[in-house]
Design a protein around this ligand. Structure first.
Ligand code: NAD
Ligand code: ZN
Ligand code: ZN
Length: 350
């Protein structure tokens, strides 16, 4: 089968012919229907050998994966051959701590590092992928190409938004900063799950238009006056919830300045910048939170929302053999939605 592989740290990945794997006990072999591309892949391509530490390349990239069950390993029950499935990206969880038992494996108490599909294990930019059955979620008859971005872009934003939902009552305001792959799904979750006013912030006009078309009440360009504009729209109250899908110093500053008292700002964007935290630095009673991907329980819910048509994945399709064009378009900011690479063998299936 073909796979897009990082052979050595900091060398450009390339398409290789590799043997098709077979599932061991507890595993499923999944025929990949689509694999979404993420900024994290670009970060992994730049990682030094030292940063890879004890799980270095070679490996197949790609962690936004959906497809069909192809072979069922010994001891796995509850899956049918040919059934459409989606895969959670993070695989480092213990399976027995309290968050794991709740299906919040992403918050496992014992998982100290990011490890999973395409990070430490072979990922989904290939015709087939092996996954432990406990990280695989059946999804009825849902199209794997549309499901792939839901496993990371969708699952991350849903998991970040869910704890804020009880405060997002009529008259409240939610802001999404950065409405690209993640944020456009964030806007749609807010639109379908709560009655807050939804404000989208970005510096890309096309993305703001898409956000408007997918449920944002207001769209604002991202600059030093954005927080003031949010304060104006909310008559000086501020936003009850801010989801920062960028994580730059400027967006964090905007988020805090736009936040209402008792509001919540959740950071998922990985620009890795920081802002001061102190008694008079953030609004009284406000909560600052981070969130990382999501677990199997939330992935089921996200897929259900998509199956009901409550959210729409906006996909830019690329044949797997054109994966490098897709990464280039991601880097150049040319994507409309999420880039999904589709193996030729999957095209024949659907
Ligand atoms: P994307 O490129 O699809 O979208 C980013 C959006 O942010 C674009 O619309 C861009 O125009 C906008 N933007 C950039 N700078 C901005 C600014 N200063 N103000 C407002 N908008 C700005 O990226 P994505 O795939 O949506 O990923 C977003 C971030 O989330 C990345 O940093 C990625 O690494 C991170 N991420 C985090 C998790 C997690 O679990 N925490 C999971 C996946 C991705
Ligand atoms: Zn990702
Ligand atoms: Zn655990």
């Amino acid at each position: 089968m073909i796979a897009y592989r990082l052979i050595q740290a900091q060398e450009p990945p390339r398409i290789q012919d590799v043997p098709k794997p077979s599932p061991g006990p507890g595993q499923l072999l999944i025929k990949v229907g689509g694999c979404g591309l993420c900024h994290t892949d670009l970060m992994l391509m730049k990682r030094t050998t030292a940063e890879w530490s004890n799980m270095p390349p070679p490996l197949t990239l790609g962690h936004e994966i959906a497809g069909w069950v192809s072979q069922i390993g010994q001891g796995v029950v509850g899956f049918r051959s040919g059934e459409p499935v989606a895969v959670v990206p993070l695989w480092g969880s213990c399976g027995h701590c309290a968050p794991c038992r709740r299906g919040e494996e992403n918050f496992c108490y014992h998982n100290s590092r990011l490890i999973g599909a395409g990070v430490g294990f072979d990922g989904g930019l290939a015709e087939y992928i092996l996954a432990e059955a406990r990280f695989v979620v059946p999804m009825g008859d849902f199209d794997p190409v549309l499901a792939a971005p839901l496993t990371d872009a969708g699952l991350t934003t849903y998991t970040a938004i869910k704890p804020a939902l009880s405060t997002l009552i009529p008259g409240s305001t939610a802001v999404v900063i950065g409405v690209g792959g993640l944020g456009l799904l964030g806007v749609q979750f807010l639109r379908t799950l709560c009655s807050a006013r939804v404000i989208a912030v970005d510096n890309d006009k096309t993305h703001l238009e898409l956000a408007k078309a997918h449920g944002a009440d207001n769209t604002l360009s991202s600059d030093t006056s954005t927080a003031e504009q949010i304060q104006d729209i909310t008559s000086g109250v501020g936003a009850n919830f801010v989801l920062d899908c960028v994580g730059a110093e400027s967006t964090l500053k905007t988020g805090v300045a736009a936040l209402a008292r008792l509001g919540r700002l959740t950071l998922v964007g990985a620009a890795l910048k920081t802002i001061p935290f102190g008694l008079h630095e953030i609004p009284w009673g406000a909560q600052l939170a981070t969130s990382m991907n999501g677990g199997t329980a939330n992935l089921r819910e996200v897929i259900e929302l998509a199956r009901l048509g409550r959210i729409e994945t906006i996909v830019d399709r690329y044949p797997l053999t054109h994966v490098e064009d897709a990464y280039r378009d991601l880097v150049d900011g040319k994507l409309r939605g999420r880039a999904v690479c589709i193996p030729e063998t999957a095209e024949q299936m659907s």
